[in-house]
Design a protein around this ligand. Structure first.
Ligand code: SAH
Length: 223
């Protein structure tokens, strides 16, 4: 079993530690129960993934701009998606993330102990993510510059796939890259979007619609 969140001895100073604890308490009140997710989000210094000018808002329950028209998801969305992705599995296993962005979701997945592959279509954003992850001393994700529509067939199957940009429909390449027992969590929609969960069993794929969300669109090609 995962350990409950404990107060680590201040590597990031008391203020940000208190602020992070407040964020975790808020996530609990908002219904997040998986201690692995809460511990990971407590440990990842979210302010390191955000431009300094916005860093004071890093732990607020908001999404924030990260450059090139992209955004970092609000903490509750990161927590919900990670919780859904890992639900029912004692070890997080091998995860594919589509839409690296600033690398925060990547960092949270790494902290849960997952083996993470993350694909981003914008090279400038990916460079920033690499730097952010290095600053947070999390260097063991495989970051790939590419179009996430294709998934990563050479590395598949994955125990989980998480997409953090919204598509009109599930990219057809993804479900075949899911292992049996694997889970895919992603936002689907255009003006109106919802999170969807797909669970692959030995005989079927179960789909469940979750809450309404707001993500930037999944775009084709890489730049
Ligand atoms: N998980 C991110 C959220 C990033 S926003 C974070 O924690 O910051 C969504 C990201 O998806 C953007 O960086 C965008 O460039 C990227 N994206 C959009 N379409 C994509 C595609 N087809 N393949 C890979 N990345 C894509």
């Amino acid at each position: 079993m995962a350990q409950p969140v404990s107060i680590a001895q201040g590597s990031y100073g008391m203020i940000s530690e208190r602020t992070r604890l407040r964020m975790i308490e808020r996530l609990r009140q908002q219904g997040i129960r998986d201690e692995r997710v809460l511990a990971a989000m407590y440990e990842v210094p979210r302010h390191l993934f955000i431009d300094q000018a916005l860093a004071t808002r890093a732990y607020d329950d908001v999404s924030l701009p990260i450059g090139q028209g992209q955004t970092i998801s609000q903490p509750l969305t990161v927590a919900r998606m990670t919780e859904k992705l890992l639900e029912g599995r004692s070890s997080p296993g091998k995860i594919l993330e589509i839409g690296t962005g600033c690398g925060y979701q990547t960092a949270v997945l790494l902290k849960t102990g997952a083996q993470v592959y993350s694909v981003e279509r914008l090279s400038g954003i990916l460079d920033k993510a690499r730097l952010n992850l290095r600053n947070a001393k999390l260097v063991h994700a495989r970051l790939v510059h590419g179009d996430g529509h294709q998934g990563l067939p050479d590395v598949a199957p994955f125990d989980g796939i998480i997409m953090t940009a919204a598509a009109r429909q599930v990219p057809p390449a993804l479900l075949p890259q899911l292992a049996t027992g694997g889970r895919l969590v992603l936002p689907i929609g255009d003006q109106e979007q919802h999170l969807w969960l797909y669970e692959k069993t030995a005989t079927a794929i179960q789909e469940t619609r979750l809450e309404a969300v707001r993500f930037v669109p999944l775009l084709p090609g890489k730049q």
